[in-house]
Design a protein around this ligand. Structure first.
Ligand SMILES: CC(C)(COP(=O)(O)OP(=O)(O)OC[C@H]1O[C@@H](n2cnc3c(N)ncnc32)[C@H](O)[C@@H]1OP(=O)(O)O)[C@@H](O)C(=O)NCCC(=O)NCCS
Length: 160
């Protein structure tokens, strides 16, 4: 079954935020996790979250959030992808790509020239996905996440 990709309205779907927070805790190590600050971040006007939701199956299964991407406007010309994740048992179904495309599309609706992000180079699936959608490595930042974990700073420029 295909997931529905939608923008989160924190006032209308607080339960979706709770599901995202649970996923964030499960997927990312503590020092990389935004789970403690999601509510605060989403109250900011320069921040948004798009999530993928699977509907009830024919067998009457529960609706579930299977992935999310968080973005923010860093300046009038630059946006940032703060987080992207898909639930482990739902990976390789195209949801990560669909979420990232939706976030990029959202950035295109503003007069943004560049989308940037940081990613641990050892996160091969994520780096591969970012490359696939046209992101390039700007530089390697040593000790970005912790003393032994670096990050690629990556960017995607809009030509138009
Ligand atoms: C990165 C992530 C979001 C990808 O989600 P996904 O739904 O599995 O990805 P998709 O099915 O949409 O795949 C799209 C592309 O991603 C890349 N990709 C996905 N899984 C991959 C894997 N296991 N190995 C290599 N590349 C992979 C490929 O380029 C793929 O394109 P292709 O199918 O044409 O080869 C997911 O692996 C994840 O949540 N990882 C843990 C969290 C994380 O690392 N987040 C990024 C840092 S914030």
């Amino acid at each position: 079954m295909a997931a529905v990709i939608q923008e989160l309205d924190p006032r209308k779907c607080p339960e979706a935020i709770e599901e995202v927070v649970r996923l964030e805790k499960k997927i990312f190590p503590k020092h990389e996790s935004l789970s403690g600050s999601f509510h605060e971040e989403l109250r900011k006007k320069n921040c948004g979250l798009i999530y993928a939701k699977l509907g009830k199956g024919e067998g009457g299964g529960q609706e579930e959030v299977v992935g999310y991407v968080m973005y923010s406007w860093v300046s009038s010309l630059c946006a940032s992808i703060a987080k992207l994740a898909v639930k482990e048992n739902h990976r390789k179904h195209g949801y990560g790509e669909a979420l990232l495309r939706a976030a990029i599309q959202k950035c295109r609706t503003r007069k943004i020239q560049r989308v940037c992000l940081h990613v641990d180079p050892t996160r091969t699936p994520a780096v591969s996905l970012y490359n696939k959608l046209g992101f390039q490595v700007d530089e390697l930042i040593e000790c970005y996440y912790s003393s032994d974990r670096s990050a690629y700073r990556m960017y995607l420029d809009f030509d138009d």
